[in-house]
Write a protein that binds this ligand. Structure first.
Ligand code: 13P
Ligand code: SF4
Length: 360
């Protein structure tokens, strides 16, 4: 891949400061953990609830979701599962936009989250009023927003996308001759822009986890492990993406780890994904792509501080009390549901096309 200057495509928009909490990992002894798991299993049945977890949550939560008929996946698939599952309550272990997406799509269901402070730097860096003003300045452009945004920002959009479908969707919109506003992730936006050549105005948000991956460190690590394939989530900077063998959503990266013949992988995404990668490819070796280094300038050190807010204790508590319910203003929900449904419909059509092509 050729070198690429992201800045040339970035609209002059100030970077919004985002407060990043420290990453606190829940610690439990074996007895405590076993007792909590048993209590949660019982409560999920009693409350008619399903646990839907993101790959970046702890191994305990992921295993519990899978063992109880719930689901673990990327943000696109979590949304899809929420609409298909019959449970009257969804407990979303992830970050708030994931809980909100579940509620927007399923207003009749109760949606709970272990911790409502589990935010996302992309969501926090894109306040609805400022974003609406930005869109109002460019009324001729189609507004495409990443799923990692608030309900109000989604309500102002024409399309919602996730990393798993971004390239396909932007190519589709380009075929219709549309020019875009893209928000909030400037790195993913710059990557999509480079791959598609589409005219996009980018909001200047970023993910604190992926932004910390360092191109120089990655180059050095690759030199020490020339046999390793490099897997990169597209929220990473372009000079990191440029070194990737595979760029994709969390699901795509897990799939690459499973299917590529390589034995060793360097992975630039939240290190919680290693749990699933190791499960699907137990004989393979996974190395963390370097951030600025522990104790230096990396803020998250390859693990999302907000994802880490999900634990067994607060999960048991919300199931017990019904606290931390996601509630969304109905007028906003009605507008936000349109671009999300458009996304799910588009994703389903793509899937059918791919399946059809494979059958042919
Ligand atoms: P995925 O949709 O690839 O799971 O990404 C969500 C996310 O928040 C990555 O940081
Ligand atoms: Fe948001 Fe980054 Fe955390 Fe994903 S890893 S939820 S994009 S802050």
């Amino acid at each position: 891949m050729s070198a690429f200057a992201a800045e040339t495509f970035i609209k002059d928009h100030r970077l919004l400061p985002v407060q990043v909490p420290p990453t606190v990992i829940e610690t439990l002894d074996a007895a405590e953990k076993a007792a909590l798991v048993a209590r949660i299993e019982h409560l999920l049945v009693e409350r008619g609830a399903a646990l839907v977890a993101h790959y970046y949550t702890s191994p305990e939560l992921q295993e519990l979701a899978e063992a109880t008929g719930g689901y673990v996946s990327d943000s696109l698939d979590m949304a899809r599962f929420g609409t298909e599952c019959k449970a009257s309550t969804l407990v979303v272990a992830g970050v708030r936009f994931m809980g909100e997406t579940a509620k927007i799509l399923n207003p009749e269901k109760r949606v709970l989250m272990p911790d409502l402070h589990a935010e996302c730097s992309l969501d926090l860096g894109c306040p609805p009023e400022e974003f609406a003003a930005f869109c109002d300045q460019h009324p001729e452009r189609t507004v495409v927003v990443y799923a990692n945004t608030s309900a109000a920002v989604k309500a102002r959009s024409d399309w919602v996308v996730t990393s798993g479908i971004a390239l396909d969707l932007v190519r589709h919109l380009a075929e219709r001759g549309e020019k875009l506003i893209w928000a909030p992730d400037r790195h993913l936006g710059a990557y999509v822009q480079r791959e598609t050549g589409v005219d996009m105005l980018l909001w200047s948000g970023s993910c604190v986890v992926h932004e910390a991956f360092k191109a120089d460190g990655l180059r050095k690590l690759r030199a020490r492990h020339p046999d390793a394939k490099v897997l990169v989530h597209p929220e990473s900077p372009l000079d990191v993406i440029a070194q990737a063998d595979v760029v994709g959503s969390t699901t795509a990266l897990v799939e690459a780890a499973r299917t590529l013949p390589a034995k060793k992988f360097i992975v630039a995404t939240d290190n919680a994904l290693f749990h699933k990668m190791q499960q699907v490819a137990p004989d393979k070796i996974f190395l963390e792509a370097p951030t600025a280094g522990k104790g230096a300038t990396c803020v998250s050190c390859a693990h999302c501080p907000w994802m880490a807010m999900n634990g067994l204790r607060n999960l048991a508590q919300v199931l017990e009390t019904g606290a931390n319910e996601i509630l969304i203003d109905e007028a906003i929900r009605e507008r936000a549901v349109q671009p999300i449904r458009r996304l799910l419909k588009f994703a389903e059509q793509r899937k059918q096309t791919v399946l059809g092509n494979n059958d042919a």
